[in-house]
Write a protein that binds this ligand. Sequence first.
Ligand SMILES: Nc1ncnc2c1ncn2[C@@H]1O[C@H](COP(=O)(O)OP(=O)(O)OP(=O)(O)O)[C@@H](O)[C@H]1O
Ligand SMILES: [Mg+2]
Length: 244
Amino acid sequence: MSRSVDADAIAIRNLNVQRGKKAVLHDVSLSVPRGSITGLLGPSGCGKTTLMRCVVGTQIVESGEVTVLDQPAGSAPLRSQVGYVTQSPSIYSDLTVRDNVAYFGAFYRKTSADVSAAIDSVGLTEHAKHRGDELSGGQRTRVSLACALVADPALLVLDEPTVGLDPVLRVELWDRFAALAAKGTTLLVSSHVMDEAEHCDQLLLMRDGKLLAELPPDELRARTGETSLENAFLSLIRSAGAPT
Ligand SMILES: Nc1ncnc2c1ncn2[C@@H]1O[C@H](COP(=O)(O)OP(=O)(O)OP(=O)(O)O)[C@@H](O)[C@H]1O
Ligand SMILES: [Mg+2]
């Protein structure tokens, strides 16, 4: 074995998931190293959100094993260690930005300074006193992110956190993710935009509920001979054969 079990924040073995009558994840095995950014990429409907729901323990699984920070996914000790920002973030419209974040901070006994730091880290200090219903879509997304960040979880699971953000904000957020990873936080971030893969240490490329590849961006380029990650992903799909 090349890696000790402890080196991985997430270890998934032979995971199968059905939603309704449809098999949505097919025998997925993967690992997510600690203290790094792992990008979960693939087209709409390929199973990214479903996989994340398995990691945070909100998805019924057919078979397989999902281990998170050395515990079974969804187990009680993980509650304070795993932060999850869903694809359609919901915040309290009648509370200010600050009160939204303070509400979540209170669960983890966080201080007022922690709340300020979380708001600042998503660039919303100037809007701290604005109510949820006074914010733009991108600002609401960032409040949601601050609500997850304030707990300072060991693992952050972020489902398409950059959708609806302008390019400048997008780059700023990725910089913040990199800073978090540098201080030891593990981030699992989904996207269907291949450009974003550039910001990740490790990529999980999915299609039709299957994992096509698990590799760093440079290796994806080297394996396919493509310089653009978008083309590299397309090339990988072609070499994987016709869709099932
Ligand atoms: N509640 C549900 N009941 C039945 N099938 C579902 C349900 N939610 C999702 N699915 C199906 O599961 C598959 C995977 O969906 P999932 O939401 O995981 O994809 P995704 O990769 O996150 O897509 P997107 O990029 O659009 O968010 C899709 O084919 C979808 O139709
Ligand atoms: Mg999704």
